[in-house]
Design a binder for this molecule. Structure first.
Ligand SMILES: C[S@@+](CC[C@H](N)C(=O)[O-])C[C@H]1O[C@@H](n2cnc3c(N)ncnc32)[C@H](O)[C@@H]1O
Length: 193
């Protein structure tokens, strides 16, 4: 058993002890620590690929008592203080939510096949969809968090998104597994055109 397994156990146990639904929350905590995204209470947050709900839990906690948190996932998911919708993001018209959001975040991940190229292409598709939806519903000045598996084309998407934010960064949280090639795009200060 190497360090990686030890780390996985550590964060899974920590999540349980702290009543979070998944260890993924520690990635969001790191992101927030570095980029200070959840620094206001009365904000609207949209979480794409929200199940089992640890990012929702964090968003509720950081924005309470007046935050408005909405999550969408293929899998049903319930978190106190958040509204959730079960469905495929590709079939959901986010404009019908009739809300503009201060933060849109996507931790969506495909069912991995183990084939690196295929997996990164599927992840790219999800990230692209997240970006298309975000453009429709993000407020000017808002923030975007998006997971993507690094591959040849992920740099192209990064370049495409870059002019829409005053600051767009790539970030690999330390709590992300070493073997995973996931990174996050973090956009701050959306420039609405
Ligand atoms: C890594 S999990 C998200 C974990 C979540 N951030 C948390 O903290 O609990 C990725 C999620 O993306 C969802 N997902 C993948 N493709 C999707 C799609 N097309 N539409 C909606 N959700 C999707 C999966 O169902 C899965 O629950």
């Amino acid at each position: 058993m190497g360090n990686k397994n030890w780390d996985n156990d550590y964060y899974t146990k920590k999540a349980k002890a702290e009543n979070y639904n998944a260890r993924s929350v520690y990635k969001l905590i790191e992101i927030d620590k570095k980029f200070s995204l959840f620094n206001k209470k009365n904000i609207y947050v949209l979480d794409l690929g929200c199940a089992p709900g640890s990012w929702l839990q964090y968003a509720v906690k950081k924005t309470k008592p007046s935050g408005h948190i909405t999550g969408i996932d293929l899998t049903a998911c319930q978190v106190e203080g958040a509204s959730t919708i079960k469905g495929d993001i590709n079939n959901i018209d986010t404009l019908e939510l009739n809300t503009k959001f201060d933060i849109v975040m996507s931790d969506m991940a495909p069912q991995t096949s183990g084939h690196k190229f295929t997996d990164s292409q599927m992840s790219l598709e999800l990230a692209r969809t997240a970006w298309e939806k975000t453009k429709e519903v993000l407020k000017a000045g808002g923030s975007f968090i998006c997971k993507i598996f690094q591959g040849e084309d992920s740099n192209l998407l990064f370049k495409e998104i870059k002019p829409s934010f005053k600051q767009l960064s790539r970030f690999k949280p330390q709590t992300s597994r070493d073997i995973s090639n996931e990174i996050f795009f973090i956009g701050k200060d959306f420039i609405k055109t």
